[in-house]
Design a protein around this ligand. Sequence first.
Ligand code: ATP
Ligand code: MG
Length: 511
Amino acid sequence: AAATLATSFSENSSATAIIVPSEHDALHVSYRQLTRDILEFQSKLAQLGIKHADAVSIALPNSYEFIVAFLATSYQRAIAAPLNPAYKQSEFEFYIEDLSSSVVLVPRGAYAKNGPAVKSARKFQAAIAECYLDGSRPVLQVKEKGKLAGAQAQRVSQAHPGDVALVLHTSGTTGRPKAVPLTHRNLTRTMQNIQNTYELTTSDRTMLVMPLFHVHGLLAGFLAPLRAAGSVVVPGAFSARSFWRDFITHKANWYTAVPTMHQILLRNPPPSPKPQIRFIRSCSSPLSPKIFSELEATYEAPVLEAYAMTEAAHQMTSNPLPHRGKRKPGSVGVGQGVEVKILDDQGDEVPQGVAGEISIRGENVTSGYINNEKANKEAFTKGGFFRTGDQGKKDEDGYVIITGRIKELINRGGEKISPIELDHIISTSPEVSEAVSFAIPSELYGQEVGVAVVPKPGQNVTEDNITKFIASKTAKFKIPSRVWILKEIPKTATGKIQRRKVAESLLAKDL
Ligand code: ATP
Ligand code: MG
């Protein structure tokens, strides 16, 4: 089995690996050319003094140079550490220090601008290099050598399956982001799992929408299709209009995205004739059954919701393709090359239908957070299962239904309320475009339910309407004691809602 990134794709094939759309001439790169570019970039990294286990921070937007830098880093047995290029100074400093980055790769012109990535790299003596395309050739131009000054060029060696290839931090939805090391073995296992789940082949064309600096875009949107010897269309920044133009021009046949992105695309649907879409994948945040139906109706394609996390090198479960089984709205499907158990606090499996902590085991799962013994002790059971921190249950067919993050469940006087379930119920109101439920402190109950909703454009929604609507759909104890009407619900870069933060900021306004 292919156990390193380098052995996971056909280096010598003339098939198209990457397409970078452009107003004029799109860039088409074959697997053979991609391999040449990687090897050349790798020797540049080696000349700079990058060696086994050094962290290479890649602060580049989605681009061909990102892809080459990422793979070249892993060929050099170094550790790729992609960073959101839009981070502010304090964020860059946090990650560059936490990773002890040896070099920070920035886009062309970033050095002269002396932006936050450059300043932060200098503060921690990381080398700084610009990456860009010269015509179609990726260039690495060293600007400052930092702590690599005087480093010897290292002989190129082959990566081992157990080498750490990637370090990413969790999204920080429930606390301080945690550094997750992922080995070649972890990554290639996920690539294989995703390829199997969706039966990806060389004739598939993936439209990459998600950023490459998180596992979603990197594994599902890029590495898995590469393992299948398919082609990946890599536009720069996302815009709904250019999305469909590029999708149609370059004959893409599927994409994966977060629910927020699906909603944006639904509001800007493709021109007719509609493109032929084999399937659409949704992951990283709960997809409401309402959006699920709208997507299937609009695109006439199956929508497959999956469940993933950084610690699992992305995917754990997914709904199946239509010929392999049912897809169930509101469920994230079944384990895909990953064992899934629902455990109680003692680590014992609960009966079917009962909620507990979703726990997973598989070759894709990290062996533990970096420098975080406490978190690692809590995370793994004696049987080697990883506790996800998510609460869920299995239905009669073994499909997983996520009911919330354990830290975010609402505990109203001992009654546990699933915020996700409540969001979905409120979203079925024809007046509501989005809803978020959360715990608010209560003297009487410990916690009570708070809800914030975003009305559909043109709808005149009141707090009272919403309360009555919820009262008509749920048990009494789930009725919110407070409702806020908002224009927008703030989200993280990955499209996640930080329930506790939303609650805190709304309650702070009362003071
Ligand atoms: P942190 O661990 O720092 O709090 P995070 O858990 O949001 O942040 P990620 O690894 O990016 O960081 O996200 C994984 C989490 O995303 C899962 O544990 C789960 O809570 C949520 N998630 C992923 N897919 C889905 C889905 N389909 N439906 C509901 N939640 C999902
Ligand atoms: Mg997490």
